[in-house]
Design a protein around this ligand. Structure first.
Ligand code: HEM
Length: 495
């Protein structure tokens, strides 16, 4: 009871404080300022897409603002302004302050992790496009294992599965082969704890995000904010200890260290950050960055394929040829340019997030259109507007899966049109110094998973089930149906 009362009081106090912040009068508002903008903030939970479209049509070349519950968000759309956002330093426009708001990392992961991001910087190098190639044999091996274990389709007959949950687990297993290696990545209890990690911190994050800073340490203890990370520590700490012991016993010459993210973190941790619990927390933070973020795009892409089934055969033929020519290798996946294009179009057309490059304004910053971004506000790129601009993507309201592969076949740059390429015109991965560090790895993983599905299974919507096309636009997220069921059966070998 006391907890609910404390939360209610904090909420009221916080709403009053937020109401005192004023929008800049010289920057156009989309929505309105009725009741200090709270009416628009409430409507934006359901109709952000409409606001972003309106903002793009009216103010493509200049900044506009939309009121939110936590702060006003300033949106930019033009390549020029997006470049200014991506180039700004963290002490001006902070990725970290925004992430802290979203994850409450100081309380859910621990202060040391939230304050020092060396592990993210390390991943940018360790998961670069040239180094991902070395990880692919492990990815393919785990992929086979995870499909057999989780999807587990009988030799004859069919099986109906919930697509999202099933493939979330498959992706968690594949990603964890790279994060923690064998044998832990095949431990069912560890996998469950990773699956549940995001859900485990979701409620504490919501509660903490409306609390003033001074009360957070107490609230964090009351809501068990570190429970999820502790569940991960239970598995990770013994593995770290064992590896350190083996290294000491056998010496650096005869002990061959595993090649996974956990080991990279152990080796790179500075002395004061080498506590196994802290290393474990950093690994869990990568799980946080890579579970639903990977499963949501795969689900959207798969549903787009189901809804446009005329593309199944061309993609299958391409995958067959690529694997015949190059095997399950980097070149094999690279040769699947139609599949790459399908992914990119699916993420352009609806995607999973309508905004990108969200940053917290730390000190007032002037943009070239004259807008002075006030400290405390948020700034973001209008990804939905950009991805639906006819000047960038001709006929943008048509789902055209091979638009990028066709451009490549016509001689345009393959690198520019690749799924993993981030730019001011393609904002799935963010952009600039905080661009997604896992994009090369996950592109390979997702292409491997889709190629495996295409080559090994037939699939359809089960009799009596509705097509799982409907998605939910909630705030700036575009969430594909997470309950959709799919019937899989093994493909019969071609005669
Ligand atoms: C399709 C799946 C994924 C999507 C759509 C995605 C998207 C993103 C986005 C939008 C950002 C923020 C970029 C910015 O604001 O400029 C980000 C950051 C990041 N992502 Fe991903 N991500 C995905 C998968 C992964 C995976 C599998 C990993 C790790 C193995 C990963 C690791 C990271 C890290 C470490 C950062 C922070 C980079 C930094 O601050 O320097 N992501 N991701």
């Amino acid at each position: 009871m006391e907890l609910y009362l404390a939360i209610a009081c904090t909420l009221i106090l916080w709403l009053v404080l937020r109401a005192a912040t004023r929008p800049r009068s010289d920057v156009p508002i989309v929505g309105g300022r009725l009741l200090c903008g709270y009416v628009t903030a409430a409507k934006a939970i359901f109709i952000s897409k409409r606001y972003l479209e309106e903002g793009y049509q009216k103010y493509k070349e200049r900044t506009f603002q939309i009121p939110g519950f936590l702060a006003w968000t300033y949106y930019v759309s033009s390549a020029k302004l997006i470049t200014e956002i991506r180039k700004a330093h963290d002490d001006e426009l902070s990725f970290w302050a925004d992430l802290e708001q979203a994850q409450q990392g100081r309380y859910t992961l621990g202060p040391s992790i939230a304050e020092d991001d060396w592990h993210f910087a390390l991943l940018h190098k360790a998961l670069s496009s040239s180094r991902v190639e070395n990880l692919l044999p492990d990815v393919f091996d785990e992929l086979e294992f995870a499909f057999d274990k989780v999807l587990s389709i009988p030799e004859t007959g069919a099986k109906v599965v919930k697509f999202y949950g099933t493939f979330l687990e498959i992706l968690v297993r594949i990603n964890n082969r790279i994060l923690v290696g064998l044998p832990l990545c095949r431990d069912d209890d560890y996998t469950k704890s990773c699956n549940k990690f995001v859900d485990g911190i979701a409620i504490p994050v919501i509660i903490l995000s409306v609390c003033p800073n001074w009360v957070k340490p107490i609230v964090a203890r009351m809501v068990g904010a570190q429970k999820a990370v502790k569940a991960g520590e239970r598995f990770l700490v013994p593995v770290i200890m064992e590896r350190l012991q083996l290294e000491t016993e056998r010496g650096s010459v005869s002990y061959e260290k595993p090649d996974d993210v956990l080991q990279w973190f152990v080796d790179a941790a500075a002395h004061h950050q080498s506590d196994p619990k802290e290393i474990a927390g950093r690994v869990m933070s990568i799980n946080l960055a890579s579970t639903h973020t990977s499963a949501l795009p795969l689900t959207r892409i798969f549903y787009d394929l189901l809804a446009n089934s005329q593309y199944i055969e061309p993609l299958r033929e391409e995958a067959e040829l690529a694997i015949k020519d190059y095997g399950w290798t980097k070149d094999g996946l690279k040769a699947m340019i139609k599949l790459d294009s399908f992914f990119k179009e699916s993420m352009r057309f609806k995607g999973i997030n309508m905004s990108s490059l969200t940053r917290r304004v730390m000190r007032p910053m002037q943009l070239s259109d004259g807008t002075l971004l006030p400290a405390g506000a948020n700034v973001a790129a209008n990804a939905w507007g950009v991805h639906h601009d006819p000047a960038i993507y001709p006929d943008p309201e048509t789902f055209e899966p091979f638009r990028f592969s066709t451009s490549i076949e016509q001689g345009e740059s393959a690198a520019h049109h690749a799924f993993w390429t981030a730019s001011s015109e393609y904002l799935l991965w963010g952009h600039g110094s905080h661009v997604c560090a896992g994009r090369y790895l996950i592109t390979h993983v997702l292409k491997g998973v889709m190629a495996h599905i295409l080559l090994n299974y037939d699939f359809k919507i089960p009799e009596g089930e509705k097509s799982p096309k409907k998605e939910l636009f909630i705030s700036v997220a575009a969430v594909p149906n997470m309950k959709g069921k799919i019937e899989f059966c093994r493909r019969q070998a071609k005669q």
